[in-house]
Design a protein around this ligand. Sequence first.
Ligand code: ZN
Ligand code: ZN
Length: 409
Amino acid sequence: MEKLQQMKDTLQIHIDSIQDELNSLSQDIWSHPELAGNETKAHDRLVRFFSQRDGAWTVESHFKLPTAFRASWGPVGGEPKEGNTVLNVGFLCEYDALPDLGHACGHNLIAEVGAAAAVGLKAALDRQSELPVSVKITVLGTPAEEAIGGKIDLIQAGAFSDLDLVFMAHPAQQDASFLPTVTIEEVTVKYHGKASHASAYPWEGVNALDAAVLAYNNLSALRQQLKPEWRLHGIIKNGGVKPNIIPAYAELEFYLRTPLLKDLLNLKAKAEACFRAAALATGCQVEIIYPSHTYYNILPNATLANLYESNGKTLGIEFPEQPDLFSGSTDFGNVSFIVPGIHAFFSIGSAALNHTKEYTEAAGAEKAQLFTLRTAKALAMTAVDVVCRPDLLQQTREDFSRAKLKQEK
Ligand SMILES: [Zn+2]
Ligand SMILES: [Zn+2]
């Protein structure tokens, strides 16, 4: 136990000793906001951060995606014995910004937390020859959270397949070791009809706008029959060209969200019936397109959450008894279905809400640093617990299997 505390002290001292460097990392990302998939400056900045650390990290730039990277260190703790594999501990950095708003979701601070926690854990593990298991640290730079779901592309490319645990934290209004997030499916619906003069020979036309409006109304009627936590919300993106032309083309864009993945399939089926019914009623052709990845809900991991809270409390983090609910979606949900992990939320000392101009200011403010660094410390301390205590590692894995099984029921 004494050794465990020493390791936790070491990582805190190390993170404090490089706080200026960490601050400038997130400041540089904040001052050059880049949209999902275009984070070249942030990518280069993070690659430089890890490349310049005494050559200790193996850094792979453009790892599987143009603006993703991987930095790895280790293994330490002795050569893995026969049948004993290396425990690969992952930290995730996000760094994409929002159109017009800049870093209004504070992803520059996610990058700082991931980098700080990883180098902190390295400091704690350095020269430890007697760990219960050989340990490796992997930092993954995961782009395009806000728009495309970069982590889902990385999962499909195998970037997560050798990770045993994943850690990350996201700026919010409060501290929480876990907040349920919801699934999201984006759907684009295209109706193809036939143009005709709207006054002279309307009977010759097939009205695509009518199909879109009927679909919109079908979904509005459906909403009353849905569970309160389910969401469907959308817009008509294209509704014709001129009032005297029967619209030959109309387009809808909708988001479907449910707390659980299995319910999303159910909601999708109901929504599709609404879209198709409108096509049938008007005689239009319909195309239903899912343009991006499905974001899953985050699976809880009680062991990691409890450890994070007890470590966080020693650093002065306060966790509200009943945190406010958050109904956003993240591609970390998909990660949580394949690797045991934690996606904590942290206050940055501002009451502003994510995706507002005020939050952009808060994410770049000096004040956010204290909150960011203590979050990184709490994450790294949690990793120390799991790495040094095989019973906790086992529990973490059991929690993961249990949470996954529960999703399927
Ligand atoms: Zn966001
Ligand atoms: Zn975000």
